[in-house]
Ligand binder design. Structure first.
Ligand SMILES: Cc1cc2nc3c(=O)[nH]c(=O)nc-3n(C[C@H](O)[C@H](O)[C@H](O)COP(=O)(O)OP(=O)(O)OC[C@H]3O[C@@H](n4cnc5c(N)ncnc54)[C@H](O)[C@@H]3O)c2cc1C
Length: 442
């Protein structure tokens, strides 16, 4: 049985793939795995670029646990099955009077998969999806079902909101929402210099702000999203044909020309920067946030302190240009509000988030290695679902509550059922199940 992530870069052959439909079913699978000495990983929708899901043992997929379980319109909270796809919940939640506070670039993720890596959108006053979590139900490596929140099992709740699937299988997630809202999206092209000058103002005066910079150009495409009472004017068919089909196909063709070496990358990147379409539209929040991403790529992303964002971005730009790197995909620049989640990249720090993408099939090692050195020099923390090269010792230095997280993780999963070889290196731990003594290897 083969499993592959979205980009196709990570593949594995688990001995068993299971799709339970109840929390009790999950607990039974975990107990069985423990008796057979199998490791366990949980997959969301496989949209992580890093090897966080990879396993040769048991893979659990909660696609049959994707219901909206409960909506409380007084507290504006909703409880969702861990496997609920974000794309499937927007409209039904709105019909029941609630909406997610923010969303990322795409909506293909399962909710538990998204929160387990600290998935985020953009907006300096808006935290990651994990920061909106108010309660979790998880099944631990010992087969125990725990319901946790700020007021119940609060220590577990504190740590489990971003845990890369290492504290247990999350079968249910309760989230703070808000009343449904409409957003006006404005996309404009501006000279990069002007964009950087306006970045602090745009960051503070719009609900959401981000920009894209195409390498080798001096142009940026800025995206501004604000709440509006205006009527919805999205034309789904036009949007599908023009923005999705046409732009994605043209973009794929441009990337492929550079992959085949038929046209020089800087030429294509500069052409694409000029061709980026400007537009305005109004729609329900769940319609406006996600973008179609048909062109496959690999990605690295780091979060740095918000005030250092522009400086780090400029250093990255210089690196690409000086080294004449073969990069056609734009750099994406966003903001995320800080939070109190121990393994969140935004822990106690409002952050600027900078993402580097490489078209699938093109080498990314030199680019990502160099970019990573720049990010680390500025105290950056990597996105858990995207590519990075850090090991446990390096990550420990970035996360003040690292040891406390691992003490609790080990208490909940003493044999290291959820520790795959990838997590063994990333966490710098040596679980009993893989022949270690269960302690940190640092
Ligand atoms: C095209 C594209 C665009 C993206 N855009 C953004 C973006 O805008 N912002 C952003 O922050 N990220 C973005 N990402 C990254 C993505 O949001 C994260 O990697 C996210 O974790 C993927 O969710 P998933 O459901 O696919 O989870 P997976 O990748 O399948 O799993 C991620 C982690 O969650 C764990 N997990 C999954 N389900 C459970 C569960 N039920 N219980 C416990 N652990 C679980 C897995 O074990 C794994 O550790 C993007 C990725 C792609 C491919």
């Amino acid at each position: 049985m083969k499993w592959s992530n979205w980009s196709g870069e990570v593949t594995c052959e688990p001995v068993q793939i299971e799709t339970p439909d109840t929390t009790r079913g999950v607990a039974a699978l975990l107990k069985d795995a423990a008796t057979r000495d199998l490791g366990v990983r949980v997959a969301g929708s496989g949209h992580s670029f890093s090897r966080v899901v990879e396993t040769d043992d048991l893979l659990i997929d909660l696609q049959r646990m994707g219901e909206i379980e409960h909506v409380d319109t007084a507290s504006l909270r909703a409880r969702l099955g861990g496997g609920a796809r974000i794309s499937k919940i927007g409209a039904p939640l709105a019909a029941q009077g609630v909406a997610l506070l923010n969303q990322g670039d795409i909506h293909a993720q399962a909710i538990a998969g998204a929160i387990s890596t600290g998935t985020h959108g953009t907006g300096i006053n808006l935290g990651s999806l994990s920061s909106a979590v108010t309660g979790l139900t998880l099944v631990t490596g010992e087969g125990q079902t725990i319901t946790c929140s700020d007021s119940e099992e609060s220590e577990i709740f504190h740590y489990a909101r971003v845990a890369l699937g290492s504290m247990g299988v999350i079968t249910s997630v309760e989230m703070q929402m808000r009343a449904p809202y409409r957003l006006r999206e404005t996309k404009i092209n501006v000279p990069l210099q002007e964009c950087l000058e306006r970045t602090p103002t745009w960051r503070d005066s719009h609900r959401h702000f981000e920009f894209f910079w195409f390498p080798y150009s001096e142009l940026a495409a800025a995206k501004l999203l604000d709440e509006t009472e205006d009527r919805r004017n999205t034309a789904p068919l036009r949007h599908f044909i023009v923005d999705q089909m046409f732009e994605n196909t043209a973009w794929w063709a441009a990337c492929d020309l550079t992959r085949r070496g038929w046209v020089a990358t800087p030429k294509v990147a500069r052409f694409c920067a000029k061709a980026f379409s400007e537009s305005t539209r109004v729609g329900h929040s769940h319609e406006i946030f996600p973008n179609p991403r048909w062109v496959r790529f690999n990605e690295m992303e780091y979060a740095v302190a918000a005030e250092r964002g522009p400086e780090v971005f400029l250093e990255l730009k210089r690196f690409i240009e000086d080294e004449q790197l073969d990069v056609v995909f734009p750099i994406e620049y966003r903001y995320v509000r800080g939070d109190d989640i121990p393994l969140s990249p935004f822990y106690q720090r409002d952050s600027a988030v900078i993402s580097c993408h490489v078209f699938k099939g093109k080498p990314f090692e030199r680019y990502f290695r160099g970019a990573e050195q720049i990010f680390l020099k500025h105290g950056g923390r990597p996105h858990w679902g995207k590519m990075h090269q850090l090991d446990g010792a390096q990550l420990r230095a970035l996360y003040p509550e690292w040891d406390a997280f691992h003490e609790l993780r080990q208490r909940l999963d003493p044999r290291g059922l959820f520790i795959s070889p990838y997590l063994e290196r990333t966490f710098g731990v040596s679980p009993a199940r893989l022949g270690g003594d269960g302690r940190s290897t640092r």
